[in-house]
Ligand binder design. Sequence first.
Ligand code: HEM
Length: 253
Amino acid sequence: MPQNDSTVELLTGKEKTGKKSRWPARLDYLQSATGIFLALFITFHIIFESSILFGKDAMYTLTKAFEGEPFIEPGEPLIISALAFVIFSMFIFHAALAMRKFPASYKEYQRYVAHKKLLKHNDTNLWFIQITTGFAMFFLGSIHLYIVMTSPEKIGPYASSDRIWSDLMWPMYLVLLISVVLHAGAGIYRLIIKWGWFDGKDPKKNRQRSRLIIKTLVVIYIGIGLVSLSTYMKIGYDHKDDYGSRYIMEKHK
Ligand code: HEM
């Protein structure tokens, strides 16, 4: 297969002149940037989605706001499809960049596991958490995003709860929730270490502090996600005999 200069640079890490290529650094930078964007997205996503904890009206109003209400009446679900498309593209791009760092063969993976046992090194464990959760998210996140993209009108207090309970999506959301929060937490911590963001005068102490803050946030976010998921499950269970009927707020009736 013919290879141009960029491909050669990517594969060998060297430019034609023999100088070290800048491509690995550029790709690393892009991976960090897309990772930060997606982590920010998910922190807002889990909060928005927990609107169900404030009642069906709260979740309904927020869903309609994402559909462009009150500017567009009665709301345009295609806006949600477009948003999901942008997130999906970013998600696939980030995953493609991460694949450079996956073990390339079973042998390489075995060598890594032996290494991990030997070293008992925290950062090696974080890397392991990231590749396993990333692998799970690649499938589960894609299923979720595909459904959101193709059926954006089926989001709401009853539609979402029916999907979660009667369409039996809750086990998938449970695994996705834990994977995505662990992945984002480990990823952001590794970025803090990699770029030395909060190192200050006492890097060791500040890294310990960052670790504690991120661990606390991971527990809080998994907690919020679990309580929201249980609420959708309860609403879905109560609504199962009326599966498919949509929630409409009093003032819209
Ligand atoms: C624009 C893109 C997205 C939209 C509009 C969206 C929308 C939703 C909605 C409406 C729910 C409630 C359940 C349902 O209706 O099926 C949900 C749940 C969930 N979504 Fe997303 N989502 C998006 C992207 C993502 C991404 C990229 C991830 C992670 C890879 C993700 C992870 C989750 C998880 C884990 C839950 C369950 C949360 C819980 O247990 O409380 N979502 N999403």
